[in-house]
Design a protein around this ligand. Structure first.
Ligand code: BES
Ligand code: MN
Ligand code: ZN
Length: 472
């Protein structure tokens, strides 16, 4: 990730980014008056995410970008940062002139926008942006913590995006597990357990779904357990490294983006690493059931009965409903082994998520009003949208099976039915499920989202975990 540096004096050799909101834009010297006059004549200059380049031939600074911050809230600053980094060349040094009265939230939004908008999928050796970004502040002290929050958020989101953008020829369950081990090893206070082979005997769902693949399943557990933590949060993420649909095979069109089907696992792992980076005083365990849903002679079949970790059974009625089957084992494991206070699961679970809520909004399910509200608020602050849908009891009957405790793919509204299936594995305490199929991917660059994987959930989880201990 490129550097963002806080500094107190602007440099004429850089490109100046001048924020524009409802008031007059501020820049030092004669540039200030000129910029204010020009901005006043451009109706859309203050719109969040609008960039207006002002060429200044033979003068200094060489280039000025007006960056609209809208209402000047965190989202407006995030949009301005993302738009500015997109408008600049990779080696261009940017200097954002933060007004003296801009608060911590402004800097956090700005820095997140710069970093998230500056993301490019890359291999380990190639960084997308070489020029640094400087933010000119009146005093560095007050802003250091905001920059750290933004850095951790962006770094972990970049990681989730990288994992999700990685092609499935590389990204098999063992590879994903190795990445998690390596990331955790570079930090202090994290432990990682990777289960494979005979250690997965009780994980009947994970073995069934992963049974058709040449690259067998893994179950990854990442634990952040700071001394004195009282609340234990378990984060479960769907980790299907590629989803062909299995024997109930998908269409070509439906399969095209299915390397992203581990976006939930990427987000929960990334957020847990972030909790360690921020030294959050809450115990967090991430669980990632990892499998490839492949087509082969050893793939699980429609009509098969699966025995989950808790001993309950599911009749597979559509092997393309594989996500809920692996999540069920992980949820059962969490309740039996981990004594959680709160369990959240994140999953690219159903195409129906996008049908109901469009391309940018996850579906949120929870029996717990307070938890639903806290998650929605964290998402709104972080720039990730979710909308609560009902765990509609009207459809519970559809889960009935003649030969098992439930069917895996009952008829009914798709995203709701998946949530009802998962609710069967909900034990004590508080639980929420996020169906993030739609917002896990961006078809094109869009401010803080770069084309491809979005890392959806990482930002929300970090905000929510941070708010949890501060008692908000
Ligand atoms: N991974 C898919 C869901 C998905 C679809 C995610 C599109 C992102 C974009 C999931 O495993 C799946 O195939 N779900 C089925 C469920 C059905 C068989 C009950 C679906 O949505 O069609
Ligand atoms: Mn599927
Ligand atoms: Zn899937």
């Amino acid at each position: 990730m490129f550097a963002i540096r806080l500094t107190e004096t602007p440099d004429d050799a850089a490109t100046w980014v001048v924020p524009v909101g409802s008031g007059e834009p501020q820049a030092p010297g004669d540039v200030g008056a000129e910029v204010a006059a020009l901005a006043a004549g451009i109706a859309e200059a203050g719109q969040a995410g609008h960039i207006e380049p002002l060429p200044r031939p033979l003068r200094s600074p060489a280039r000025v970008l007006l960056a609209g911050i809208g209402d000047g809230d965190e989202a407006g600053w995030r949009a301005a940062g993302a738009a500015a980094v997109r408008a600049a060349a990779g080696d261009e040094t940017l200097e954002v002139l933060l007004p003296a009265d801009a608060g911590q939230a402004a800097l956090r939004g700005l820095a997140e926008g710069l970093w998230l908008g500056g993301y490019r999928y890359r291999d380990a050796t190639l960084a997308a942006r070489s020029g640094e970004v400087r933010v000119i502040v009146s005093t560095i002290e007050g802003y250091a913590e905001s920059l750290t929050d933004a850095r951790v958020t962006a770094e972990t989101t970049w990681l989730a995006r990288d994992l999700t953008n990685t092609p499935s020829s590389v990204k098999n369950p063992a590879w994903f597990a190795d990445q998690v081990v390596a990331e955790a090893a570079g930090r202090t206070g994290l432990t990682v357990t990777v289960r494979a082979g005979d250690d997965l005997l009780r994980f009947g769902g994970l073995r069934a779904v992963g049974g058709g693949s040449a690259t067998p399943p893994r179950f990854v557990e990442v634990s952040w357990q700071p001394p004195g933590a009282t609340t234990h949060v378990v984060l479960v993420g769907k980790g299907i490294t590629f989803d062909t649909g299995g024997i109930s095979i998908k269409s070509r069109e439906g399969m095209k983006l299915m390397k992203k089907d581990m976006g939930g696992a990427a987000a929960v792992v990334a957020a847990t690493l972030g909790a360690a980076d921020l030294n959050l005083p809450v115990r967090v365990t991430a669980l990632a059931p990892l499998a490839e849903n492949a087509v082969s002679g050893s793939a699980f079949r429609p009509g098969d009965v699966i025995t989950h970790y808790d001993g309950s059974t599911s009749e597979n009625t559509n092997s393309d409903a594989e996500g809920r089957i692996v999540l069920a084992d992980a949820l059962a494991y969490a309740y039996e082994q981990l004594n959680p206070d709160i369990v959240l699961d994140l999953a690219t679970l159903t195409g129906a998520n996008a049908v109901a809520l469009g391309k940018r909004t996850a579906a949120l399910y929870s029996p717990d009003d307070d938890l639903a509200r806290a998650l929605t608020e964290a998402g709104a602050a972080a720039g990730e949208k979710m909308w609560r849908l009902p765990l509609a009891d009207d459809y519970v009957e559809n889960l009935r099976s003649d030969i098992a405790d439930r069917v895996s793919a009952p008829s009914g509204p798709g995203s709701v039915m998946a949530a009802l299936f998962l609710r069967d594995f909900f034990g004590d305490g508080r639980w929420a499920h996020l169906d993030m199929s739609a917002p896990s991917w961006a078809e094109a660059d869009d401010l803080d989202l770069s084309k491809g994987a979005t890392g959806w959930g990482t930002r929300t989880l970090l905000r929510w975990l941070s708010a949890l201990h501060s008692g908000q």
